[in-house]
Write a protein that binds this ligand. Sequence first.
Ligand code: UD1
Ligand code: CA
Length: 450
Amino acid sequence: MQVSVIILAAGQGTRMNSDLPKVLHHVAAAPLLHHALATAHGLEPSRIVVVTGHESEAVAASATAFSEAADCVVQDPQYGTAHAVAQAAPLLAEAEGEAIVLYADTPLIREETLRAMLDARANHSVVVLGFHAKDPGRYGRLLTQDSNLLAIREFKDATEAERSITLCNSGVICAEAKLLFSLIAEVKNTNASGEYYLTDIVEISRARGLSAGVVLCDEAETLGVNTRAQLAEAEAAFQSRARGVALENGVTLTAPETVFFALDTYVGRDAIIGPNVLFGPGVTVESGAEIKGFCHLEGCHISRGATVGPFARLRPGTELAEDVHVGNFVEIKNAILDEGVKVGHLTYIGDADIGEHSNIGAGTVTCNYDGVMKHRTRIGKRVFIGSDTMLIAPVTIGDGAMTGSGSVITEDVPAEAVAIGRARQVTKPGLATRMFEKLKAIKASKAKGQ
Ligand code: UD1
Ligand code: CA
């Protein structure tokens, strides 16, 4: 089945009290807009059109960053939701099959729910996603009779009796693409807001003798973000859902409520995630890897059997091969660690390649930045880097080589060599005792003088 998805993202979001357009605010380390795009993508649509308006360039850039396949149109000025959808008409003039309208500020709609709407199209020309609201507030009300949807009444235009209805419009609508645009062409703005309401297509379709119906979803799924408080609510709802999915998929979460996932986090079966772990964007954790407590991970790939943390920070471009061990207070960025590498303690690895089974001693630093440019450190296989080695990049350490603890390595080290770059030790017998006596005498004479 061919599907086109239209995502409405033109609104300003005044109640966010922000310089940033509402749909670019983050939930689960991704803009709200990306949540709608991700859900749309799940349907493998033939087209995705994002309707932008407020800060249209920034919103369009964010849409294309998510997917090159997303087309953007600008709605300026913004005359309402039907007017917004109409902007997509020229792009979808030839579109066959179904069209689904989503709102970019409603991040929790599930793909399964949209599929249920597509299925319901077998019975109705227009399908609306509805929910029973605990507090229906200013939502549009769904006026139904048996299994038919008669009309959607906007709060502003509703009578007292209609306002007492708790079955509400989520905003998501599905119809055949060609029908959708032909219905929208008939929408008028003769209502309390003077806007072109998308919701009017229900009555217009019925006037043509077509039927409309409702698919129900949980209220939590339709949570729309209009305020910072709702942004926080959406974050909490996303996290609680993501934790549930991870557990369901066979991931151990020692303290689920303290683990925070990103929209695109992937964690394989039998991985173990300790308490207080935060996933930024772009993290994949393969089966059987273990992330111990208090780790902060972003833009990294962790292979099977690897162990990370506690208290490790993996930054973008980090690639850990199988059975790599990264211990506490280790920061890694833009580095590839081959199979079995160990970086146990208090280390910074940035812009580096480390060959299999090499061991990096405590306190090692790859000095990758000269104040202007970044440089790479290349460490071969089975290398032993002594504790507190400063590797001044660009520098290469050959296979099977060693560096002495406390070395500052400025020159390449050939394979199998030992490099020591530190001042030779000087030992003076008895000097400590004489020093202590002298210092105590100075202290005593000072005390007398006071
Ligand atoms: C809309 C529905 C209402 C529903 C509610 C659910 C209409 C007329 N009403 O009301 O029935 O219960 O959503 O949240 O559709 N937008 C544009 N261009 C515009 C106007 C809006 O892109 O000209 C976008 C907004 O950015 C937003 C979405 O469409 O993402 C909804 O618009 P909003 O003004 O919030 O509609 P509501 O009044 O909440
Ligand atoms: Ca709204």
